[in-house]
Design a protein around this ligand. Structure first.
Ligand SMILES: CC(C)(COP(=O)(O)OP(=O)(O)OC[C@H]1O[C@@H](n2cnc3c(N)ncnc32)[C@H](O)[C@@H]1OP(=O)(O)O)[C@@H](O)C(=O)NCCC(=O)NCCS
Length: 162
């Protein structure tokens, strides 16, 4: 697996994954293009054998202290093998580099796989947006992680066994 910065040349591949991963509420191509071009965004793609099989994006406005994980998705056959965590870690590392204090995200209430990933990286639910995802009528959970806490968790000494 390789990870690199996304460019506008990746738009078609990203949109194919976006539509397959979020069949009822995919972003439009225009929205995704704006995201990829935004100076406030930081998007990466994951490749296997030269093919884009995943992507993720962070929005971190210069001068702000709060950032957002905008999206993260992998092609179906490439899920469940650690790539999602690697992508999320890269986005949180970038948030840390940009001096962000907290990172937020929204996740569908009916997406236990993504929620489990976020909770395992220290995200906690801080709010709920009822019926946020339309037309499915599904709530959004708003989750937050504190970057200093996330770094501390990931750099703490392993337990010493005697
Ligand atoms: C959500 C997604 C990015 C996670 O990536 P992934 O590569 O599948 O996940 P990983 O293999 O890195 O696993 C990370 C954690 O996710 C959770 N997880 C992964 N697969 C799971 C499954 N089938 N059931 C329950 N939890 C699961 C676990 O907590 C796992 O940690 P563990 O391996 O230590 O148990 C990926 O499944 C995906 O693209 N899903 C469709 C799009 C989507 O829902 N995006 C999120 C929008 S908010």
């Amino acid at each position: 697996m390789t990870m690199r910065a996304a460019t506008l040349d990746d738009l078609d591949a990203i949109m194919a994954l976006e539509r397959a991963s979020f069949p009822s509420d995919a972003w439009s191509e225009a929205m995704m293009r704006e995201e990829l071009a935004s100076p406030h965004g930081w998007y990466v793609v994951v490749e296997e054998a030269g093919r884009v099989i995943g992507y993720g994006g962070l929005r971190a406005v210069g001068g702000a202290t709060d950032a957002d994980i905008q999206t993260i998705a992998l092609a179906e056959g490439f899920r469940g093998k650690g790539r999602g965590r690697t992508l999320l870690t890269a986005l949180l590392d970038e948030a840390a580099r940009r001096g962000m204090r907290d990172v937020f995200l929204e996740v569908r209430a009916d997406n236990p796989v993504a929620q489990a990933l976020y909770v395992s990286e220290g995200f906690a639910e801080v709010g709920r947006r009822p019926r946020y995802y339309q037309p499915d009528d599904v709530d959004a959970l708003v989750m937050r992680v504190n970057i200093a806490g996330w770094i501390a968790r990931n750099t703490s000494d392993p337990e010493v066994c005697t």
